[in-house]
Design a protein around this ligand. Structure first.
Ligand code: PDD
Length: 287
């Protein structure tokens, strides 16, 4: 755990990794806040601008005043890596809530946001990136504003737990007969040389890696079709893969105990993985 976090709030750091909040803290009591998870490779941020932009979009959506500009938080996030002498692969977790105030549902007046961020080591998931991972399907019971990176993650937590209990890596979420995304990643189906994924509506988180997948597809002349597919479509898919800051671009080779196509990572997925590694400045180190 890191020694130097960023803290922008009326909180105190009681020891190296314990922040002290009052009982009446909006994030703790209402989940009234937002967050970001930013990838770090060899001590450098990947897609930091995209994450900072999304943080501000989420803040605007929940009418939260952030106590910094995009430039200021970017500079603080860079300082965080320097102070922690970060040189490995990891993540930064950043959280902003509506602050500490007596509990009442409506926004408390004159209350500054509570913000903290810290660094954590996180190696690449090389085995799953190379061999692929398995998933289960689960009903998407989340609210209508999944484009906001909100702290309210209970449906995501329950879905991921179910996947884990099943020995699977992810839970693919389905709403009204269509696949939206996964519990903590976006998902794509490849069929006849085209990539299909749920459109970037309020039903999914607009992933920073998803934006890159769209760009890589354009560069590789692979059609990127923003059209939702169904769980039944997976049975006839050529490939399936997911994307996120922590999982990168990961092949999904088994869903609900059924193989996807031949049960091996597909060629299109592998091309996108190579594009990702190049974009993120990674040497090929998958085993
Ligand atoms: N999750 N969809 C959901 C529901 C997510 O929680 C995430 C990221 C993504 C992918 O977004 P991005 O490409 O910007 O990482 C899609 C992060 C990693 C998390 O909550 O830990």
């Amino acid at each position: 755990m890191s020694v130097y976090p960023i803290i922008l709030s009326q909180t105190s750091l009681t020891n190296r990794d314990t922040l002290t909040y009052p009982f009446e803290e909006r994030g703790l009591q209402f989940g009234d806040g937002i967050y970001e998870v930013i990838r770090i490779y060899q001590g450098s941020y990947y897609l930091i601008t995209e994450h900072v932009n999304r943080l501000f979009r989420s803040a605007e959506a929940i009418k939260l005043d952030l106590p910094f500009s995009k430039q200021e938080i970017t500079s603080l996030l860079h300082d965080l890596l320097t102070q922690n002498e970060m040189a490995s692969d990891g993540i930064v977790y950043l959280q902003a809530t509506r602050g500490s105030a007596p509990r009442t549902h409506a926004f408390p007046p004159d209350t500054p946001a509570n913000v903290y961020a810290y660094v954590r080591d996180m190696p690449r998931k090389t085995k799953n990136l190379t061999n692929g991972a398995s998933a289960i399907t689960e009903r998407d019971t989340r609210w209508e504003n999944c484009y906001i990176k909100s702290l309210n993650l209970l449906p995501n937590v329950l879905a991921k737990q179910k996947a884990q209990e099943n020995g699977s890596y992810e839970a693919i979420l389905e709403r009204d007969g269509k696949v939206t995304e996964c519990s903590s990643s976006n998902i794509y189906l490849v069929k006849d040389g085209k990539i299909y994924t749920h459109p970037a509506t309020n039903r999914i988180l607009h992933g920073c890696v998803r934006m890159r997948v769209e760009q890589f597809a354009a560069d590789l002349d692979i059609p990127f079709v923003e059209q939702a597919f169904s769980v039944e479509d997976i049975a006839n898919a050529d490939e399936l893969f997911l994307s996120s800051s922590t999982s990168e671009i990961m092949p999904i080779v088994e869903v609900d105990s059924n193989q996807v196509a031949d049960g091996l990572p597909g060629k299109t997925t592998q091309k996108l993985q190579s594009a990702y590694e190049k974009d993120a400045g990674l040497v090929k180190e998958r085993i």
